[in-house]
Design a protein around this ligand. Structure first.
Ligand code: NDP
Length: 281
């Protein structure tokens, strides 16, 4: 029986720590605020935005809400970001993705000041991570590191395999595991003999974007398995990229879906709202 890594409990712990730090800053007259921009009314995005605002409220972070109509132009959105970049009482900026098709996401994300880039997507923050300098780190992979460490597992010296190389999950994940002194292999759709590689992993992070694809035949007995995937199955229930029922009996530890990596993403976003006070010094 694997240990079930409880992302709900760990994310609550992190939000409580953030709440405490926000209160300490408030006592010094410093307020923490996050601008959340949504363009259009995509229902899934609206749920994410609502949850982010709820988490801000819990932590004592002021959320500045910008709900813009679908027909907002790229220039109008850029203007808002430029305004927020200069605003002293805004120290984090988040643009909810996806944006409507007529807006170029890359142009928008690059306009966010690297000092307020709470999602950690700006090339300067990605660069800082790759050369080990301080900066914002993308929330989901940062959450994975917290899950592993706070569950009592060390990364140093371990064989770590990441399935997936996206800019949002796979690549920053690999860099973070490397920063923790893991021996890291990144796999992707052109990897030959995927199972041979993944079966070497002491720590296997799965971000392949394919429902329940990774079963026990990909996993070494005693591995720590982190499932980043989120999907709805045939019964409209949430499932991950890992076939949980197949892998759980042979793993040392595993994250469930839901209740594993998912809750960590918002908790790390809250933590990132404090990063400004380190990077903007
Ligand atoms: P992407 O689709 O951007 O990336 C998937 C990666 O998997 C790619 O690098 C791709 O390789 C690789 N891949 C696809 N098929 C195979 C295969 N057969 N063998 C080996 N590698 C393969 O997904 P994301 O990184 O954005 O997300 C991954 C998962 O995590 C998704 O399920 C997503 O929903 C979830 N997610 C969850 C979050 C959370 O908060 N919990 C946040 C973000 C994502 P290649 O590069 O060669 O195409």
């Amino acid at each position: 029986m694997a240990k079930i890594i409880d992302g709900k409990a760990i994310s609550s712990q992190i939000k409580d720590e953030v709440k405490e730090k926000v209160a300490e800053l408030a006592a010094k007259g410093i307020s923490v605020s996050l601008a959340v921009i949504q363009v259009g009314a995509d229902p899934a995005s609206s749920v994410y935005v609502r949850n982010k605002k709820k988490a801000c409220e819990y932590c004592g972070i002021k959320s500045l809400s910008y709900e813009l109509p679908e027909e907002t132009t790229e220039e109008e959105l850029l203007d808002l970001i430029r305004k927020l970049n200069k605003m002293d009482d805004c120290n984090g900026i988040l643009v909810q993705l996806p944006l409507p098709k007529h807006i170029n996401e890359e142009i928008i994300l690059d306009e966010i000041s690297p000092l307020k880039d709470v999602d950690g997507f700006h090339p300067m923050n990605v660069g800082a991570l790759s050369i080990g300098k301080p900066g914002y780190v993308s929330c989901t992979p940062a959450g994975v590191i917290e899950l592993i460490k706070r569950s009592g597992y060390t990364i140093e010296g371990k064989e770590c395999v990441v399935i997936g190389r996206s800019n949002i999950v796979g690549k920053p994940m690999a860099l973070l595991l490397l920063r923790e002194n893991g021996t890291v292999t990144v796999t992707h759709s052109r990897t030959k003999n995927l199972k041979e590689v993944t079966k070497r992993a002491d720590i296997l992070v799965v971000a392949i974007g394919k429902p329940r694809m990774i079963d026990a035949s990909y996993v070494k007995e005693g591995a720590v398995v982190i499932d980043v995937g989120i999907h709805r199955n045939e019964d409209n229930k949430l499932c991950g990229d890992v076939d949980y029922d197949s892998v759980e009996p042979i793993a040392e530890a595993i994250t469930p879906v839901p209740g594993g990596v998912g809750p960590m993403t918002i908790a790390m976003l809250m933590k990132n709202c404090l990063t400004y006070f380190d990077v903007a010094k």
